[in-house]
Design a protein around this ligand. Structure first.
Ligand code: ZN
Length: 273
């Protein structure tokens, strides 16, 4: 693929990087990423993936922009209050980079649509805020053989890892670490527990970097490592995580072979903010 003059200028700081270069930038322009949730993590994900020139960005979110979102969901603004988050995000992306095609999915991720949605993209970035969606995304990505970069934030803390158990030995899935969703109410949501807005920016930016590394095939994959960020003590911990042979999804005797276990009751709690 050849670049026009404006693309050479737009992507000059990428092209000059030996690890990216022209071929890497062309790869990004030919790549696609599905972002689950256009909220706190989804905002930096979408803004930086768009600026980086990832050619096709899918956004799944059925929510509308509300005033309490704007403390951290920086892709949206006052003018977007009350409008669909996918439409607000699409407008912001169009204003940043006309090279990027945006595909809006104004719906919740469900057991019924997850396989089709996930399969239509190269890499999936989970920016959802609830366990039901996180497990659904993990299972769908494994079954569709898609790499998943997953982050989560709460209060002053964040965590991040990459999951590609389909790639073979040594790669855990999310269920290898967190077997099942915790009982409802055990872990507070951001609405209940609060979140320092900038944490969404920190973790979402790290998550975007890992997505770009996976698309480009450069550096060390975060698969097998869980990053735990404690903002109050300003520390990062890298925890090694291994595949679990007894994992019900990617283990030796899997009991999860499709998405039917993600039933309607789980779906009802899948609101993405
Ligand atoms: Zn597993």
């Amino acid at each position: 693929m050849s670049f026009d003059e404006s693309q050479i200028e737009r992507y000059a700081r990428h092209i000059i990087l030996q690890e990216v270069g022209g071929p890497g930038q062309a790869k990004l322009l030919a790549s696609s990423v599905l972002v689950v949730g256009a909220g706190g993590l989804g905002s930096p994900l979408l803004l930086y993936l768009a600026a980086a020139g990832v050619g096709r960005l899918g956004i799944v979110d059925d929510d509308r922009v509300s005033l309490s979102n704007l403390q951290r969901q920086v892709i949206h603004n006052n003018d977007a209050l009350g409008t669909a988050k996918v439409d607000s995000a699409e407008r912001a992306i169009a204003a940043i980079n006309p090279d990027v095609e945006v595909v809006t999915h104004k719906e919740r991720l469900t057991a019924e649509n997850a396989m089709d949605l996930v399969s239509a993209y190269d890499v999936v970035a989970d920016g959802s805020d609830n366990f039901a969606t996180r497990f659904l995304v993990n299972d769908a990505c494994y079954l569709a053989q898609r790499t998943l970069v997953s982050a989560a934030i709460l209060r002053f803390d964040g965590q991040l890892s990459t999951f590609k158990a389909h790639a073979g030995e040594g790669h855990p899935c999310y269920r290898c670490i967190f077997r099942e969703p915790p009982p409802p109410g055990l872990i507070p949501s951001c609405a209940e527990g609060g979140i320092l807005g900038a944490i969404a920016g920190s973790m979402g930016s790290l998550q975007t970097t890992e997505v770009l590394k996976e698309l480009l095939g450069i550096g060390d994959s975060l698969s097998g490592t869980l990053i735990i960020y404690d903002a109050l003590s300003a520390t990062f911990r890298n925890v090694r995580v291994k595949p679990d042979p007894s994992c019900p999804l990617c283990g030796e005797n899997p009991t999860i072979t499709d998405l039917t276990s993600h039933n309607a009751s789980a779906r009802e709690s899948c609101a993405v903010t």
